[in-house]
Design a protein around this ligand. Structure first.
Ligand code: SF4
Length: 337
């Protein structure tokens, strides 16, 4: 059953060169208890997608399209209604826990604040629940750390506190935006395992955002690759990993650091860089970096094409399976579940 249905989401931002589109027709769905990963380099639109879902786009941004969450149209909600949803039914975990935590407040109080605000708990009940949540996210010595300040904890422990805050009100959807980027490799795995465990136990849906493909493997059922503010490939994670239908997806895979590489081996890089909003090329957004680019790639933005059932890519080189050429409209690109 669909929890989140995003259709043709477009966000324009004011720039020195005029208003430019930072998200362009992003569409996907996510089922209750489902998992979806958004992957791509910095500047491809992943975090802006998350902020749009949370109603937290930067000042001056203009949002169009539709974001339906449990049947409610979020783009039509006012600030008060959005803020009531945030922290209650929509939880978010940010990349850098120190920016998400208030450095001058004790962590127990920061968790309890959300419970008092959204669940109208008494101070005593909220404190007891804060302790339960810290134990739930496996924070060592949780009882004595209720009164600790964020700077007294390690990076991994702080991220556990941020997750506890995000989970405090039992959200239906947790958006985790690069939740482990600031952590070392061992702690990264622990935090991702914790998110898996909490998601399975609570039945919430997870939208996981990362530039790291290895983080996505085995963590999300479906994957959407973003480039230039668009989804350029989407499908079941295993299929996207195996088929890599879009040249950008192939570039991301080739650039992955791998264990066992001989010393001195140079990693593949995708030539060039993600274009700034005002530099977006005509036609295919990836044309300036694509080793397979042809003249016609610069004439018009490629439509999504079927790679297989439930798997699509935005590239002229994708040969659609026989009989599917007319079946996929822009709106039907819905990396569901
Ligand atoms: Fe490359 Fe052309 Fe495909 Fe774009 S449409 S990814 S430029 S081959």
């Amino acid at each position: 059953m669909t929890l989140l249905d995003v259709r043709d989401l477009t966000v324009t931002l004011p720039t020195a060169q005029g208003r430019r589109a930072a998200l362009r027709g992003v569409s996907f769905t996510l089922d209750r208890a489902g998992t979806l990963g958004l992957v791509g380099e910095s500047g491809c639109g992943k975090s802006l997608t998350a902020l749009a879902l949370m109603g937290l786009v930067p000042e001056g941004a203009h949002v169009s399209g539709s974001i339906r969450f449990d049947g409610r149209e979020l783009t039509a909600l006012g600030d008060d209604a959005m803020s009531a949803l945030r922290g209650d039914r929509l939880g978010m975990v940010f990349q850098e826990p120190m920016t998400a935590l208030n450095p001058v407040h004790r962590i127990g109080n920061q968790i309890a604040e959300s419970l008092r605000l959204h669940k109208q708990m008494s101070a005593a009940a909220a404190r007891a629940e804060a302790l339960r949540l810290l134990q739930r996210v496996h924070l060592p010595r949780a009882r004595e750390r209720l009164d600790a300040y964020p700077h007294e904890l390690s990076g991994g422990q702080r991220q556990r506190v941020v997750i506890a805050i995000a989970l405090a009100c039992g959200p239906d959807l947790l958006i985790a935006d690069e939740p482990t980027t600031a952590l070392d490799a061992t702690i990264q795995r622990e935090v991702l395992d914790l998110l898996d465990e909490l998601r399975r136990d609570s039945g919430m849906a997870l939208l996981l955002i990362s530039h790291n493909l290895d983080v996505m493997a085995a963590r999300v059922e479906r994957l959407a690759v973003m480039y230039g503010g668009q989804i350029v490939e989407s499908g079941p994670t295993r299929e996207v990993f195996e088929q890599r239908a879009h040249p950008y997806t192939r570039g991301l895979f080739a650039a992955r650091p791998m264990l066992g590489l001989a010393r001195g081996t140079r990693l593949h890089t995708i030539r060039g860089r993600v274009p700034a909003l005002h530099e977006m090329p005509a036609g295919c957004a990836f044309a300036d970096r694509c080793e397979s680019a042809m003249e016609e790639c610069r004439l018009a933005d490629p439509n999504l094409r079927h790679v297989a059932t439930d798997h699509s890519a935005r590239c002229l080189l994708v040969a659609e399976p026989k009989g599917r050429q007319d079946a996929l409209s822009e709106d039907s690109d819905t990396p569901s579940r």
